[in-house]
Design a binder for this molecule. Structure first.
Ligand code: GTP
Ligand code: MG
Length: 182
């Protein structure tokens, strides 16, 4: 699988990787992006899966190939393979679970060890924003971490779809700019 090999279907292929602790909502963000679906009883992801969706940016056809695995499995040895040739990473935490935010630092370390900083766009995603009453991570906390680490930042809800479409489109635009004018 080579990235950015032109063929008849698309002008650019962007591999994007879902990252972050188990249970933060990676698979539901993905199903919201690709099928506009949410699953209340979703099971933990087994193995590695990817799904694609086609976008149009700047009159170009962009194929986003989004990789997903379980937060628990990601911690193991195949991380390097998993992140290989990724053009973007969605680093997700759960705003109702502070420890998933604390672990973002570890994820970031792993991502940076496995990717080339100049060629990858990382977006920090605080998910489950619909659960305002159970919030343990403030927007400011998320935002200032992202600023310090030079990450894009957004809060989303896969459940009610808040910021999913806009957030992902913005993320892809950053990747496109990064790839076309590095
Ligand atoms: P692993 O595959 O185990 O790493 O988990 P994951 O990060 O893929 O999480 P998953 O998408 O399976 O979601 C875990 C649980 O959180 C499920 O019960 C979802 O229904 C729930 N969930 C996911 N996103 C949201 C959200 O935005 N709001 C709310 N309220 N619940 C969510
Ligand atoms: Mg999953």
């Amino acid at each position: 699988m080579g990235a950015n090999i032109p063929n008849n279907d698309y002008d650019y292929l962007f591999k994007v990787v879902m990252s972050g602790d188990f249970g933060v909502g990676k698979s539901n963000i993905l199903s919201r992006i690709t099928r506009n679906e949410f699953d209340v009883e979703s099971k933990s992801t087994i193995g590695v899966e990817f799904t694609t969706r086609t976008y149009h940016i700047d009159n170009k056809i962009i194929k986003a190939q989004i990789w997903d695995t379980a937060g628990s499995q990601e911690k193991y040895a195949f991380a390097r393979l998993y992140y290989r040739e990724a053009k973007g990473v969605l680093l997700v935490y759960d705003i109702t679970n502070h420890s998933t935010f604390e672990n973002v630092e570890l994820w970031l370390k792993k991502i940076r060890e496995s990717t080339d900083a100049n060629n990858v766009v990382i977006m920090l995603v605080g998910n489950k924003s619909d659960l305002e009453d159970s919030r343990q991570v403030s927007i400011e906390e998320g935002k200032s971490f992202a600023e310090r680490e030079q990450l894009l930042f957004i809060e989303t809800s896969a459940l009610d779809a808040t910021n999913i479409e806009q957030g992902f489109t913005n993320f892809l635009n950053h990747i496109y700019n990064n790839v076309t004018s590095p």
